[in-house]
Design a protein around this ligand. Structure first.
Ligand SMILES: O=C(O)CCC(=O)C(=O)O
Length: 303
């Protein structure tokens, strides 16, 4: 039996996970809400609930792809305070990331609020309302060797409760250079977040969370999903879905805008460490357990 399947056993039998039960048991909570949208099909909503990942084609139209491309180029030209190079100096390419740019790059704000993405996020989360959490630009230049290590996003964050990311390339991405996700891992548990380059435990203390399995040692043991993508296609995945990415051993570039949304049940979980990305402006403003009702996290669905 494969590792992903072990985690999926309950849902394969049509059972709900303990986390799902928590929401369904409460009556008409976010996950009991009917899905009434043309943005995604019922099949896609069910696939997301079961696997923690779904690919939705053509989420950005050509004008939106052009807007995203221009916004990414602006971010690269004018990196923000949180920008970083996530590849080594000897890497034949380069992996650059930047975070939280919607407030000063209008193209990102426009797409994060007014594209189809917030509506799809709400449908997949079965949430009556979603807030923008943050945006993340991830560019692998051609021939980048640096992998993105396997990880879950949520243990790096300052939120409890569900959320979804939309990973949207503006370049064609072959499956061999695309985001990879372990189906079913959104059911948990939370796994130890580590720094990508040196593997340090800078967030949760050593030993406090289970370690990630060594996926690369036995890839066939996992239910790995990866999609060949065209510009404007999107991979939606739960904040807890384990994912990573190979280097980009191709001549072209792999420029991605990732937009991240919070379900209505998400709550602030302030940490005693610097989260990734950090939201230091929130110190003393939002208590633990509070709704993320703050101008940094606008409600973007319904509009
Ligand atoms: O783009 C990548 O290489 C990794 C993406 C990722 O980890 C994320 O979007 O959370």
């Amino acid at each position: 039996m494969r590792w992903g399947q072990m985690l999926l056993t309950g849902s394969e039998r049509g059972e709900t996970s303990p986390r799902d039960l928590r929401h369904w048991a409460g009556g008409p909570g976010p996950y009991a809400a009917p899905v009434d949208t043309a943005a995604v099909s019922q099949d896609q909503v069910e696939q997301f609930a079961r696997d923690g990942v779904v690919c939705v084609r053509g989420v950005f139209d050509p004008a939106e792809v052009a807007r995203a491309e221009a916004a990414i180029e602006e971010v690269l030209r004018r990196p923000g305070d949180l920008a970083l190079v996530a590849s080594g100096e000897d890497d034949p390419g380069r992996f650059v990331e930047d975070f939280r740019r919607w407030t000063d790059v209008p193209g990102i704000e426009q797409l994060a609020r007014h594209s189809r993405v917030p509506e799809i996020a709400a449908a997949l989360l079965r949430s009556p309302r979603v807030r923008l959490y943050h945006d993340h630009v991830l560019v692998k230049e051609g021939r980048t060797a640096q992998r993105t290590p396997w990880h879950q996003d949520q243990p790096y964050y300052d939120v409890d409760g569900r959320g979804v990311s939309a990973w949207i390339p503006v370049d064609p991405v072959p499956a061999a250079g695309s985001l990879e996700l372990l189906a079913g891992t959104h059911a948990g548990p939370w796994l130890m977040p580590r720094t990508f380059l040196t593997g340090e435990a800078r967030w949760f203390p050593e030993g406090s969370l289970e370690e990630l399995p060594d996926v690369e040692a036995d890839r066939a043991a996992f239910d790995i999903r990866a999609y060949e993508l065209e510009p404007g296609d999107a991979v939606f995945f739960d904040f807890l879905t384990v994912h990573g990415a190979p280097g980009f051993p191709f001549p072209g570039r792999r420029r991605v805008l990732s937009l991240r949304y919070l379900s209505d049940e998400a709550r602030h979980a302030p940490r005693s460490w610097r989260t990734s990305p950090p939201f230091e402006e929130l110190a003393g403003q939002l208590p633990a357990g509070a709704e993320l009702d703050h101008p940094l996290f606008p409600v973007v669905w319904p509009r």
